[in-house]
Design a protein around this ligand. Structure first.
Ligand code: PNS
Length: 159
């Protein structure tokens, strides 16, 4: 069985992530979407909130599991018997960092490979950071995230 891991912060999940999940789930037998639980990154949403947002919006894909992890991705991938790490590339700017991480991970564990999918063109500009920036000014985020998440996101900026 081919198990892959799609890791990320998902703070919050966007249409770009959901597109990546739907496409990578078609390539492997099981896709584990793994949320980094790292308070040092100072996420806007708790890991429980991010799990629930992902379940709500990507739970329809039958061979997808939503989990979270602490520590090194490569260790978590080994613990769950994943042999593939999936990452999305939006533009050349993503490439340098992603290449370095993929190569580091392969040095640490050569049994786990990273596969890059290019993001769909319509989401090539999109990031969780953009969503938060627009939402923080009360802007329209309906092009970026599923509509059921919108109230939850705005709520973070109500003082
Ligand atoms: O959605 P993001 O923030 O781009 O995801 C980055 C993520 C979570 C994949 C990356 O930061 C990660 O794997 N962090 C865990 C620690 C780790 O393994 N770092 C890479 C080796 S130095």
């Amino acid at each position: 069985m081919k198990r892959a891991i799609y890791p990320g912060s998902f703070d919050p999940v966007t249409f770009g992530h959901i597109d990546m999940i739907e496409r990578s789930a078609k390539i492997v037998d099981e896709l584990v979407v793994a949320i980094l639980n790292n308070s040092a990154k100072n996420p806007l949403f708790s890991v429980e909130e991010r799990v629930s947002m992902l379940k709500e919006t990507a739970g329809h894909v039958p061979n997808v599991k939503i989990t979270f992890f602490d520590g090194l991705l490569i260790d978590y991938a080994r613990n769950i018997d994943a042999t593939i790490i999936i990452r999305g590339l939006r533009a050349v700017t993503d490439f340098e960092y992603e290449l370095q991480i993929a190569q580091t991970n392969r040095i640490v564990n050569s049994g786990i490979d990273t596969i890059f999918l290019t993001t769909s063109l319509e989401y090539a500009y999109l990031s969780s950071t953009i969503v938060k920036e627009v939402a923080s000014y009360g802007g329209d985020i309906s092009h970026f995230v599923p509509k059921q998440l919108i109230p939850q996101i705005y709520e973070k900026y109500i003082r």
